[in-house]
Structures are given as structure tokens and as C-alpha cells.
Design a binder for this molecule. Structure first.
Ligand code: TGC
Ligand code: FAD
Length: 385
């Protein structure tokens, strides 16, 4: 059995799920891995891959075919995230944001007209989206939102700012959450709307192959037809987060597999004190422990995906898996970096890139602490936020 599937999880997948995984794995091996170290080095998102990602059906893959999407199940979406993140968390982020944070709210909360206007072009990668929830004063507490939209005749006027927004400078549209007199509401704001600007965040040490931006809204006027009509309140954005977090439970499994694979190969070839590093008991214990944690994480997400496909998945279950799998992957990436010695500190090898990326992944979509407190509240019935 391969080190990355000791429990033969593959045998628990349907033929369609296996085919999806194979297609994305091939894309990652052939198109992502040869360039991604340089992209990370240069701080460049490989935008040239977007048409291929779209043609593989990876954008909004769970949405129905009538909107130009692939209509795949949740487990397939998870496998897409896993295989993309085996390449780089930045590419998985791109797909998470487009699919779960932009296409999903248009599908779930939008009018039929909005669905038809945006979803087919977003599935084709012709329109790129970003999702603006987090604000500079504190992302963990989105209820304390300062950005607001005021009704003015038939229009809305938006003022405020958002920070740490994936795809911000790439995006043709932004899903923007703003406080209104009737609670938090979502708006589709098009690039080029007067008063709307995006500024790329530089000097990142993490997710360097991904675009992250601040968004500014200075009296941005949009028509009522840009408002998502079918949701009000924090449950709107939080419902999107549940979708995206679900994908993020799978993604880090891919990053961890990439690191283990690399460290395993390296330690078998690295001869020290007359034998391969892999022949030492301490290296074997480390590698075995990584395989153990990856196996547990794989079983966790597969069951989570089956629950999602059955329609019974709860947000708390997503929190537990997001916490567990991000922690699992970041620890493994750091341990693999150590097994590579000095060779582990450059982008010639993947471990440090994954370790640095996972610093973002463990923070965004709810920090580790936020997810721990969600489980604490579930157990005790006491809100400790
Ligand atoms: P609470 O005030 O109790 O609830 C408000 C309403 O929302 C409902 N709800 C949910 N609905 C769906 N999914 C969930 N996960 C939900 N959680 C709560 C809830 O039922 C209620 O509905 P209603 O009808 O009663 O009004 O909110 P809470 O106390 O549960 O929330 C507190 C807390 C801290 C958990 C929440 O604020 C939180 O999750 N904070 C973290 C914020 C966060 O994760 N931000 C992420 C920004 S996006 C991002 O990072 C993208 S990175 C993407 C990439 O590049 O891949
Ligand atoms: P804060 O909320 O200020 O948290 C600071 C610290 O306080 C953390 O350690 C946190 O765990 C801790 N903390 C918070 N509450 C408590 C508590 N009650 N008790 C104890 N400790 C607590 N957001 C978007 O809206 N859209 C995006 O596309 C997006 N993309 C991102 C991309 C990247 C690369 C990054 C880094 C972030 C992105 N985010 C995005 C923002 C992300 O969701 C936030 O960074 C995250 O929610 C945390 O918010 P914050 O950074 O303001 O930290």
C-alpha cells in the first residue's frame, strides 16, 4: 500500500469519485508541480492555469449542470481540493473562493436572473470572484461589521473596507457583505464600479502563489439588483464559510501527503553515518507517525463528505475536521522540513512552501482557536468567545 493511503481509502470511493481524483492528480503532477516553486518564489499566482482548471470542471463543481457546472458530489469536491493542495494551497484557495464563497452564495441566495447572469461564466473561468467578509479590525468577529450599505432611492451606497481578500486584485466581481438597516446583506460589486478599489497586500511569507488584497468602498453605488435577495443576517456569510471550510478540511490532507512523499524519498536516499536516514529508528518513528495522522485525517474527511452528501453535515463537524486537518498538516510539513535538513529551506523542495502556506490555512476560514471554541461550546453549551 502506498504511504499516502494505508487504509485503502481509494477503495471506498465510487468510480466517478476516483475518476475526478485521477484527473485532478494528473493536472497537479503535469501542470502545477513543474512551476509552483518558482511561482511561490516570485510571489506570482499562475493565472495561466485558470482556463484548464475551468475546463476540468473544477469551478463550482457541486452546482447543477444547468448553470454550466459539473454537478459533482461533495466527496468529489473534497478530492478536488485535496489534489490541488497537494500542488499548492494557493491554487486550492483560488478554487475554494470561486466555488464556495462566490458561486455558492449566488446560487443559494441569488435571484434566478443573478444565477443565469454569473454562474455559467464563473464556471468557465471568464469571471473571477472574491469574497469580502473580513475587516481590518478583526476577522474572527464578523458580527462587528463596520462596512455598511445605505438605501438611496432604488440604489444602495456602500462604504467601508475589507482586508485579506483572496483573489481581490484578480476579481471581476466581489461578493461584499455589509451591515444594513435590515441586518447583514450581500452585494455583487463589479470591478470598475466608481469608488471601489483593490490594493494587493505585499510582503507575504505565506500563500505567495495567491493574490491577497484589501478592498475599499468609498460611496460605491450599486442597484438593488446587485443585492443577494434571499438571505439576511450573519447566517448568509457563515453559510458560505461552511461550504468553503468543508473543502479546506480535505485540502491540507493533500499538502501533508506531498510533504510525506518528499521526506520519505529524501530520507531513503540521504546516506549519513553509513546508512540511509530512513534506516534510523527516529526517522521511521517520525514517518510512521505522519502516516498515522494522515490516515486518520483521510477517514475523517471521507465520513464528513458522506454526511454532506446525505444532507446531514453540521457546522460543528466541519470545525472539528478543519482544526484537526490544518493542525495535522502544518505539523507534518514542519517535521518534513526538518528531515530534509538544510535542503528543506528552499523552494527546490515542497515542505517549507507547504509549511508556510499552512500558516494561512490554519488562520483563515476561522482560526484554530475559533474552531476549538466552537467544539467547546458544543460540548459545554457555554459560549466562550
Ligand atoms: P451566531 O451569532 O450564533 O450565528 C449567527 C447565525 O448564523 C448561523 N450560523 C451558521 N450558519 C451556517 N454555517 C455556520 N457555520 C454557522 N454558524 C452560525 C446561526 O445559526 C445564526 O443563524 P440565525 O438564523 O439564528 O441568525 O454566530 P456564532 O456565535 O456561531 O459565530 C461566532 C463565530 C466566532 C463562530 C463566527 O463569527 C466565526 O466563524 N468567525 C470566524 C470568521 C471566519 O471564519 N472568517 C472567514 C472569512 S473568509 C476567509 O477566510 C476566506 S479564505 C479562503 C481561501 O483563500 O481559501
Ligand atoms: P483576529 O480575529 O484579530 O485574531 C487574532 C488572534 O485572536 C487569533 O489568534 C485568534 O485565534 C484569536 N482569537 C480570536 N477570538 C478569540 C477568542 N474569543 N478567544 C481567544 N482568542 C481569540 N477573509 C475574507 O473575508 N475573504 C478572503 O478571501 C480571505 N482570504 C484570506 C487569505 C489569507 C492569505 C489570509 C491570511 C486571510 C484571509 N482572510 C479572508 C481573512 C481570514 O479569514 C482572517 O485572517 C481570520 O478570520 C482571522 O481574522 P484576523 O486576521 O482579523 O485575526
Amino acid at each position: 500500500l502506498p504511504a499516502y493511503d494505508l487504509y485503502d481509502v481509494r477503495s471506498m470511493l465510487s468510480d466517478e469519485e476516483r475518476a475526478v481524483q485521477e484527473a485532478v492528480a494528473r493536472f497537479t503532477d503535469e501542470r502545477v508541480l513543474p512551476i509552483i516553486g518558482d511561482c511561490f518564489d516570485q510571489g506570482r499566482f499562475p493565472k495561466e492555469l485558470v482556463p484548464e482548471i475551468a475546463s476540468l470542471g473544477l469551478l463550482g463543481s457541486s452546482l447543477p449542470e444547468e448553470y454550466g457546472c459539473a454537478g459533482l458530489n461533495a466527496v468529489s469536491y473534497g478530492l478536488i481540493c485535496q489534489e490541488l493542495e497537494r500542488g499548492d494551497s494557493g491554487l486550492r484557495s483560488f478554487v475554494s473562493v470561486q466555488s464556495s464563497l462566490c458561486m455558492y452564495p449566488i446560487y443559494a441566495y441569488g435571484s434566478e436572473e443573478q444565477r443565469r447572469q454569473w454562474l455559467p461564466r464563473m464556471a468557465a473561468g471568464e469571471v473571477i470572484g472574491c469574497f469580502g467578509l473580513t475587516e481590518p479590525h478583526g476577522g474572527s468577529d464578523p458580527a462587528n461589521m463596520k462596512t455598511h450599505a445605505k438605501k438611496d432611492g432604488g440604489d444602495w451606497v456602500i462604504n467601508g473596507s475589507k482586508m485579506w481578500i483572496t483573489n481581490g486584485n484578480l476579481a471581476d466581481i466581489a461578493i461584499v457583505w455589509a451591515q444594513t438597516d435590515e441586518g447583514i446583506q450581500g452585494f455583487i460589486v463589479e470591478k470598475g464600479t466608481p469608488g471601489f478599489t483593490a490594493q494587493e497586500i505585499k510582503h507575504k511569507m505565506s500563500l505567495r502563489a495567491s493574490v491577497t488584497s484589501s478592498l475599499f468602498f468609498d460611496n460605491v453605488r450599486v442597484p438593488d439588483s446587485a443585492r443577494l435577495p434571499n438571505v439576511k443576517g450573519l447566517k448568509g456569510p457563515l453559510g458560505c464559510l461552511t461550504q468553503a471550510r468543508y473543502g479546506i478540511t480535505w485540502g491540507p490532507v493533500g499538502a501533508a501527503i506531498a510533504c510525506l512523499d518528499e521526506a520519505l524519498n529524501y530520507s531513503k536516499e540521504r546516506i549519513l553515518f553509513g546508512r540511509p536516514v530512513a534506516a534510523t529508528q527516529s526517522a521511521q518513528i517520525k514517518l510512521a507517525d505522519m502516516a498515522r495522522r494522515i490516515t486518520l485525517a483521510q477517514l475523517l474527511v471521507l465520513q464528513l463528505g458522506r454526511l454532506k452528501d446525505a444532507g446531514t453535515m453540521q457546522p460543528q463537524q466541519v470545525s472539528l475536521a478543519k482544526w484537526n486537518n490544518c493542525r495535522m498538516a502544518i505539523d507534518i510539513a514542519r517535521e518534513c522540513r526538518d528531515l530534509l535538513g538544510g535542503a528543506g529551506i528552499t523552494t527546490e523542495h515542497a515542505a517549507i512552501r507547504h509549511a508556510l502556506n499552512l500558516e494561512s490555512v490554519i488562520t483563515y476560514e476561522g482560526t484554530e482557536t475559533v474552531h476549538q471554541l466552537v467544539i467547546g461550546r458544543e460540548l459545554t453549551g457555554i459560549n466562550a468567545f
